[in-house]
Ligand binder design. Structure first.
Ligand code: NAD
Length: 253
């Protein structure tokens, strides 16, 4: 296996102010890439960008203008080679709306779909032309095991994540002739939040953040040069496990 080295590469990361997006951006910078860090959490993003000497792009992934702004910055650095879409979250948690799907306000439903699915679509649409022009690149979207499992409360979260599994197939077909790869890395519970420690897995624990970021870095490196259109589950065996059905009303209590 080749040593991973991103010297001379331009990487754009969404959701880069915290969690896996932040650690991915930190690792890209450490391994030589010029990094464009995108997030809507401005203060937090600017703090992290300062430490890494990378470039901040503040905005909301639900707006195509934000993706275009990131593309403009990447173009000024020589064109995007790598896009990692980490911005996301379960709408019930992020919008503090812990009710079953059939009671969710439409704004919460829109948030779940737009952040988790359309955000990745917008960024890929804005940045992929630069990869095609450079005759190479990789788009890595963060999925979730919820995309397989479903969720009666944050129903759009799983819906959007499973949409990404198909989205990367389309990108792989469009990008293949231009040596542009696309794939999903799909986590089970990750300790970017302490609450994730309670989610069952076959290994009996949640992942440390680096256990996902190491896979993301591999997928974005030359070592993964034949991987495209695929979904890579990194879940400690969660999807192997039987879980009893929990009705949405019970979850909401
Ligand atoms: N942590 C887990 O257990 C877990 C499990 C499965 C999948 N995932 C997925 O992995 C990805 C990263 O997860 P994490 O736990 O590191 O996330 P996190 O919550 O630590 O970070 C998400 C980042 O996205 C940003 N963000 C949210 N909405 C945005 C918007 N509209 N525009 C721009 N930025 C926005 C937030 O400000 C935050 O910095 C997410 O897509 C998440 O759904 C996480």
């Amino acid at each position: 296996m080749k040593d991973i080295d991103f010297t001379g590469k331009v990487a754009v990361v969404t959701g880069a102010a915290s969690g896996m997006g932040l650690m991915t951006a930190q690792e890209f910078a450490r391994l030589g890439a010029k990094v464009v860090m995108c997030d809507c959490a401005e203060a937090q993003l600017r703090r992290e960008v300062e430490k890494l000497k990378s470039i901040a792009c503040v905005g909301d992934v639900r707006e195509f203008a934000h993706a275009e702004a990131a593309a403009k910055i990447a173009a000024s650095l020589g064109g995007c080679d790598i896009l990692v879409t980490c911005a996301g979250g379960n709408e019930a948690r992020c919008c503090k709306s812990n009710v079953p799907f059939y009671e969710q306000p439409v704004e919460v439903i829109d948030w779940g779909l737009d952040v988790n699915l359309k955000g990745a679509v917008y960024f890929a649409r804005a940045l992929m032309p630069q990869m095609v022009a450079k005759k190479g690149g990789v788009i890595c979207c963060l999925g979730s095991v919820t995309g397989f499992e479903g969720d009666g409360v944050g129903t759009m979260y799983g819906t959007a994540k499973s949409g990404l599994f198909n989205f990367v197939k389309g990108l792989a077909l469009a990008g293949g002739p231009h040596n542009v790869r696309a794939l999903c890395v799909t986590p089970g519970p990750v300790l970017t939040r302490a609450a994730m420690s309670g989610m069952p897995t076959a290994l009996g624990r949640a992942a440390e953040t680096h256990e996902l970021v190491d896979v993301i870095l591999f997928m974005c490196s030359e070592n993964a040069s034949f991987i495209t259109g695929s979904n890579h589950v990194v879940d400690g065996g969660r999807l192997c496990m039987y879980r009893p059905f929990v009705a949405p009303k019970e979850v909401a209590k």
